[in-house]
Design a protein around this ligand. Structure first.
Ligand SMILES: Cc1cc2nc3c(=O)[nH]c(=O)nc-3n(C[C@H](O)[C@H](O)[C@H](O)COP(=O)(O)OP(=O)(O)OC[C@H]3O[C@@H](n4cnc5c(N)ncnc54)[C@H](O)[C@@H]3O)c2cc1C
Length: 495
């Protein structure tokens, strides 16, 4: 077995692991970071950017939200069912963390909210300008994977500080000595065990989005049936299991719910095109929410999750499609391409020809419902009611914004099944505001830290999309806080 000795061992070089490695090294610690894959960045390479409150960029854009206001908003959203100290420390650090990223060369195009909400629903659903969108490496329009530019800069910074990366070396076990974390056992790419002894251990393995058995066991969802989450390779729950094995307290993990099409990255135009306030029904043919809220992917994911079969159907007719093509979508997504409808026909025709199951086209509404698997009778009754309300210009059932009350009447008709989706999993390991792991009795397990999604227990039952960029925000800030605290332990440590 190969043996190493260091001050801080960080398990994983995803977003939170990179932040932890950099901050521990900046504060004087020798750091070894073991990573399962052959690269850094983890799921963050797929995203667009982190939350920050009180950053230089926000001040430049005259965004006046303060960390204290964000803290309150977060706590109202979660009904105070999460640890206020952790939430407080996270928000109060988050603005300066964006400045810290800029100092290492990360560029942001600006600050954005995930979506806006109509005036009458603002209190809970309107987004704040907290999402710091990373400027993509090619300098083009930001979209999925823009944040790769950030993880690359962070990797460069870590290397510059002397962080030693060991790739294709997954950690298997946390070493404990006298009740204190003392290192990890990992396995290198040749299958050889590696022992890394350290004064402290930081776990940052990104949850269990790629582990269907664990998803079923921990959350009840069935991958590919009741949930179609991003399953980023390598996220198998290793960090949770390692922490629980050494006595970490358990928090209930959740899925970071939203909604999406199966294999959505390969059907991205349709994924975006149907995120419109057109007509949305459940399997019984009934509307189930005011469609003007469809832009809030968390609320819509939640709403779909309580429908029969956990599915919904978004429907428009050729008149609406013509309008979207001419004037652009009613709701603009910041994630999907802005010229979605220029490419609609191409992707639609290809997906129909390929038999991509979620999409259906028909010349009559009965046939559409039949083909899509919606109860025909229920759907036809709903259509009659909905079209009458469109004609009257008022939604008596949900009071959907009247601008979007557009009848479904002109063939052909287009339907796209919508499923519960998720970015990944959230939480599981109990921590305090120093990111120290706590046991079942909420006592500190010395020198053991857990950060990022493995320890993100602060969202309660729903991702707070109102403060967007929150998952990356928590990952970077929890990593930073853990790195600082792990380095500070060295002051009274002797080998
Ligand atoms: C498509 C998509 C878009 C997103 N967009 C955004 C966004 O714009 N803003 C936002 O806030 N959030 C976004 N997110 C969420 C965000 O990217 C993640 O929450 C964040 O990257 C998680 O960071 P992490 O450090 O916990 O895990 P990750 O960054 O996923 O890193 C985990 C790392 O652990 C490694 N690993 C696993 N097991 C082991 C082991 N045993 N030993 C060593 N290494 C191991 C993995 O290989 C990986 O590198 C998005 C997610 C997805 C999927």
């Amino acid at each position: 077995m190969k043996s190493y000795e260091t001050d801080v061992v960080v398990v994983a070089a995803g977003l939170s692991g990179l932040a932890a490695s950099i901050s521990a090294a900046e504060n004087g610690a020798r750091v070894i970071t073991v990573e399962k894959s052959n690269t850094t960045g983890g799921a963050a390479n797929m995203g667009m950017g982190p939350l920050g409150v009180g950053s230089r960029i926000q001040r430049m854009q005259m965004v006046s939200l303060t960390p204290g206001e964000a803290f309150r908003k977060h706590m109202y959203f979660t009904h105070y069912r999460v640890d206020a100290r952790i939430v407080r420390d996270y928000y109060f650090k988050s603005g300066e963390t964006i400045d810290w990223l800029e100092e290492m060369g990360v560029e942001f195009v600006g600050v954005q909210r995930a979506f806006g909400a109509p005036e009458d629903t603002r209190a809970y659903s309107d987004g704040e300008f907290t999402w710091h969108v990373v400027r993509p490496e090619d300098g083009g329009i930001p979209g999925p994977r823009a944040a790769t530019a950030m993880t690359k800069k962070m990797t460069e910074r870590a290397k510059e500080l002397g962080v030693e990366f060991m790739f294709e070396t997954p950690a298997k076990k946390i070493l404990m000595e006298d009740g204190k974390a003392a290192g990890v056992i990992a396995v290198d790419k040749d299958g050889e065990e590696v022992e890394i002894k350290a004064n402290s251990v930081i776990i940052a393995t990104g949850g269990f989005g790629e582990n269907p058995e664990m998803i079923k066991e921990q959350t009840g969802y069935e991958f590919g049936k009741t949930i179609f989450n991003f399953a980023v390779p390598g996220m198998r729950g290793d960090g949770l299991k390692m922490c629980w094995e050494v006595g970490a307290g358990r928090e209930q993990p959740t899925m970071e719910l939203m909604y999406q099409l199966p294999d959505n990255m390969n059907h991205f135009i349709l994924d975006g095109a149907f995120r419109q306030p057109c007509l949305w029904v459940n399997r019984n043919g009934q509307r189930f929410m005011p469609e003007d809220q469809i832009g809030n992917t968390t609320f819509t994911g939640n709403a779909i999750s309580v429908q029969p079969g956990k599915v919904a159907y978004a429907i428009f007719d050729s008149k609406l499609l013509k309008k979207y093509k001419k004037r652009g979508p009613d709701l603009v997504s910041h994630v999907h391409p802005h010229d979605l409808f220029d490419h609609f026909d191409e992707q639609w025709n290809r997906d129909i020809a390929d038999g991509y199951e979620p999409v259906t086209q028909a010349d009559t509404l009965e046939e559409l419902a039949e083909k899509a698997g919606i109860d025909v009778e229920g759907f036809m009754a709903q259509i009659e009611e909905y079209n009458d309300m469109c004609e009257a210009g008022f939604d008596e059932i949900f009071e959907k914004d009247r601008h979007y009350m557009q009848a479904i009447e002109k063939p052909p008709f287009y339907c796209c099944r919508q499923n519960v989706g998720a970015y990944g999993t959230l939480g599981g390991v109990r921590i305090n505001n120093k990111m120290q792991v706590l046991n079942e009795d909420s006592k500190v397990i010395p020198s053991l830290y857990c950060v990022g999604t493995d320890a993100c227990n602060i969202f309660g039952d729903s991702y707070p999309f109102i403060l967007s960029g929150n998952t990356m925000g928590f990952c970077i800030n929890s990593g930073r806080i853990a790195g600082e605290n792990a380095a500070a332990e060295l002051d009274d440590f002797e080998w």
